[in-house]
Design a protein around this ligand. Sequence first.
Ligand code: NAD
Ligand code: TYD
Length: 355
Amino acid sequence: MNILVTGGAGFIGSALCRYLVADPGNRVINLDKLTYAGNPASLRQIEALPNYRFVRGDICDEAAMADVLAAERIDRIMHLAAETHVDRSIDGPSTFIETNIVGTFRLLQAAMKYWRSLPATAAERFRFHHVSTDEVFGDLSLDDNSFREETPYAPSSPYSASKAASDHLVRAWHHTFGLPVVITNCSNNYGPFHFPEKLVPLIILNALEERPLPVYGNGTNIRDWLYVDDHARALDLVATNGVTGESYNIGGGSERSNLAVVQTICDILDQKQPQRSCRSYRDLVAFVDDRPGHDQRYAMDTSKIERELGWKPLESFETGLSQTIDWYLANSWWWRPIRERNYRGERLGRAVAGR
Ligand code: NAD
Ligand code: TYD
């Protein structure tokens, strides 16, 4: 199986590459533009493997994508490349439109032409797996039911609107042109190699540096958290066994308010790495201005993937978070250069730069 992973130098893409190369029957070609969010260091442990190859490239470049598909005789595309940070999409939406919508369109066009050129057995095997988010479904209140696959799309932010648009394109290329696609929509991930502009790694690293821990608004917004390796396993399962034309919800079944997430991180750090002053890291929590248009709650109904494909998360939020914190404590070689770039004034996201 020759698998093209787009965005494989990012947080989830690198976890997926690490997962896929463990099967010697897979050849993984990781295509990534290496934006601020892409980091070759996340792939250090697999970069010398014979069944792994990195290609620097842009999904918006249709001709380059066509070349890679043909040269590497790709059987499966797993499309993760995207702009992903909601705060950045508020500050500057244009790259989100360019990469998430136009880039997905160009990749679909290259994929369709390639797929049509394949002999029947290879065309039968080919899959285009589009990796998306729960945020396309919009906002839930506390007593609303969780998102199901049929829940109408109602994205709120420039990020989620761009991802919703890309989902629609992928579905249209299936209905209109017959391209064999599967779509997954997943909840918030956390784990090792997570870029420290997102909530979990930002809070861990700010705490270790005894800096304020920014909580937007009153901290009551709720997300459903999934350990990244559980997501990688779900993605492989859907790409391999999912029904063409279908979408699958993926989630952790771990709804937590942002304040609860931050406080849990503080409590674990109080145990693992107490402050010299013996004060709790909770004292560093700082309530700051809310994100404009901040969705109150996301929650996923994952009964379809559980019933049809037998997937369930292996990590609970507590076990996954504890492992994640252990990883950040042991791997400052990975995150310290990113933090230093930030302190030198390079813009690494609203929350990191501003505080
Ligand atoms: P990330 O921001 O960590 O990584 C994105 C990667 O895409 C980076 O390596 C970047 O260099 C690359 N990239 C950006 N533009 C590109 C382009 N034009 N061409 C090629 N590569 C490009 O993102 P992530 O958190 O790993 O998310 C991966 C995917 O999963 C995204 O599609 C995202 O919408 C989706 N998703 C993320 C989450 C989450 O909690 N992080 C949850 C559900 C779905
Ligand atoms: P984030 O990690 O940016 O993911 P997303 O916006 O895709 O869900 O944010 C997760 C939640 O944490 C979201 O409700 C916003 C909130 N948040 C904070 O309270 N403080 C922060 O510094 C950041 C980055 C996020």
